[in-house]
Design a protein around this ligand. Sequence first.
Ligand code: MTE
Ligand code: MO
Length: 314
Amino acid sequence: MLISHAPLIRPSEITPRGVYLNRRSLMLGAAAAGLSAAMAPRGAEAAQLEASPSPLSTDEEPTALEHITNYNNYYEFGTGKEDPAKNAHTLTTEPWTVKVDGLVSRPAEFDLDDLLKPVTLEERIYRLRCVEGWSMVIPWVGFPLSEVLNRVEPLGSAKFLAFETVVRPDEMPGLRAFFNVLDWPYVEGLRLDEAMHPLAILAVGLYGETLPNQNGAPIRLVVPWKYGFKSIKSIVRITLTEGQPPTSWNKQNPREYGFYSNVNPEVDHPRWSQATELPIGQGLFAKRKPTLMFNGYGDEVAQLYAGMDLTKFY
Ligand SMILES: Nc1nc2c(c(=O)[nH]1)N[C@H]1C(S)=C(S)[C@@H](COP(=O)(O)O)O[C@H]1N2
Ligand SMILES: [Mo]
């Protein structure tokens, strides 16, 4: 199961010893709490991932593993925050392929191992912030999305990426539900220049172990300056397109969810303010924190939106 190995921890110049010890005790704490077998990835035990720390990380304290893996959104496994941890063990994540097609010179169907071969995995500690007003700090293990794009060579006409989650009604109870909030497959999109930005990653692990199923195993997107729903899980296809692709939450409610969905405390969700967020896992008396423009990554990404009215392109 997930906590069967000691976590991969390498002392390094940019990981202060306090964080090192703290993470270790978080991992041991999670093991002691007897995390259920249901939250372990299916099949083989979670493998450790050799990842070097990335300077693109935040220096914030990561949220405890227990919260990262028990408070999820993954509607294919139910709409409750605890449903994915209960149900996602039924997803088979091996073998797994990701098809990359559309406006590229070298379309390919990559086996997951093949996808990982040329890349160096990095640990990147990124905030994830949901439109519902909660946030987490997650030590992802992943690699830049741009590395895959460079392998398939986008054509000059390619302007957007369309992402698709796997559809397996047999393994995904949410897809068998009588009433569905969303259409399947779950789909998301990015502009090509957003996708090429070094902060946009494909994650294959967290806390030095392969991704738990509820967090989007075996491979999911992480776009830290956008609301959580852009970070699509269990990806099987990426298509390069000329026009802006449809996205699941925008189709469901276009007034509430736009294509861009950059974290923006100044633009309220029609039903609530987006000015503050509640960090998960800090106890009953945790204080809401002010939400930062672009989730705090403004220095890196603001130039992608120069000249755009972000109240219109929300
Ligand atoms: N396929 C798929 N991807 C998804 C979702 C989903 O329901 N299905 N939920 C999104 C939402 S709303 C959020 S906030 C994040 C949550 O990621 P986490 O569970 O790893 O914290 O996943 C996103 N990716
Ligand atoms: Mo979300």
